[in-house]
Design a protein around this ligand. Sequence first.
Ligand code: NAD
Ligand code: MG
Length: 391
Amino acid sequence: MQRITILGATGSIGASTLDVLARHPERYQVYALSAHSRVEELAAACRIHRPQRAVVGTADAAARLQALLQDLAIDIEYGEQALCDIAASPDTDTVMAAIVGAAGLAPTLAAARAGKKVLLANKEALVMSGQLFMDAVREHRATLLPIDSEHNAIFQSLPGNYARDPNAAGVAKVLLTASGGPFLNRAVETLEQVTPEEACKHPNWSMGRKISVDSATMMNKGLEVIEAHWLFGAPADLIEVVIHPQSVIHSMVSYVDGSVLAQLGNPDMRTPIAHALAYPERIASGVAQLDLTQMAALQFYQPDFERFPCLALAFDALRAGGTAPALLNAANEVAVQAFLERQIGFRDIDRVIRRVMDAVAHGPASSIEAVMAQDARAREAAQAEIARLRH
Ligand code: NAD
Ligand code: MG
């Protein structure tokens, strides 16, 4: 029996994970669930999955959850330390890291340091802490499995004994596919006027609001390039982004002998979630089998870095190294939030990030404290830039 902690159980990935777990009660038992503020949804999940522990963001949320779950014996806690505790507890084997943004770094790292099987959806955590996170995984013999559909596809297309060395494995390119999001073909001049509703309407995937906006700017792909760098030990020049609007091929690995291996499937996150949960076995996920005869033509294009400047900014941050990706991530989180709150326009997102990258000097990512300090500085600089844009 695998005992599972889900960080971010009320989100899109959290819900898909619970759906897969519910299909295999003989294999999985839910140990702990977390949510930030959606107390009612967490209470409903607790009634179905009966975890031992539940964690929310604040004392007030904890009191509300307690009131809803009076009749159940569930330990209810709140705050970051509690998140780290449910991630590192000796009573859990596997941690689904599905909190959105930098808030997920501390508990995800705690899981790695406790040597857990870490299922990583929270790409921002890895983008921020890169080498430090990978070192923790190695040092504490944690198992890191990618949930992001592209990285899961790449993982599946690499040899089973892959040791983060593309040369040794004969890898010529890592081909990261991207749908291009809702604005792939929209007239560039009209992007200034895009609303949060339009930006969150992804053509193929149903996801949380932050990652939906990231997909519209293609910052999501930029973060994924950095994520692929750390997961697979691939330098920036080995990673190529390919626009593939149908999202049927979830990514590919191109080898020196001319072979290209790909993973295909319907765009449903339950496939990579089930893959990582059961790895190296295979279990049913609830996702329908791909019907190739019903498929439209598959298309592939080069990305347009002028239409999607965030993609270029992410490549720049990866090449700059050190804390540059943490700055990029923090500026992006603040800018996306301001866009969702209608304080700034869609194109202001890349303007804010560029200004922060120019204004805040990056340094070596020598410790998590150094990374968090840079994260805080970037957030301040981004807020200042947003205030300036609003005047
Ligand atoms: P979501 O917004 O639907 O859910 C986010 C979860 O994080 C919620 O449970 C929320 O309660 C929790 N949370 C939010 N802020 C928090 C905070 N400050 N402290 C603690 N918990 C907090 O997001 P999502 O779409 O499920 O995405 C989650 C992560 O997975 C993101 O990093 C995203 O990039 C990644 N991801 C998502 C998808 C997808 O299809 N949704 C695909 C690939 C990767
Ligand atoms: Mg992805």
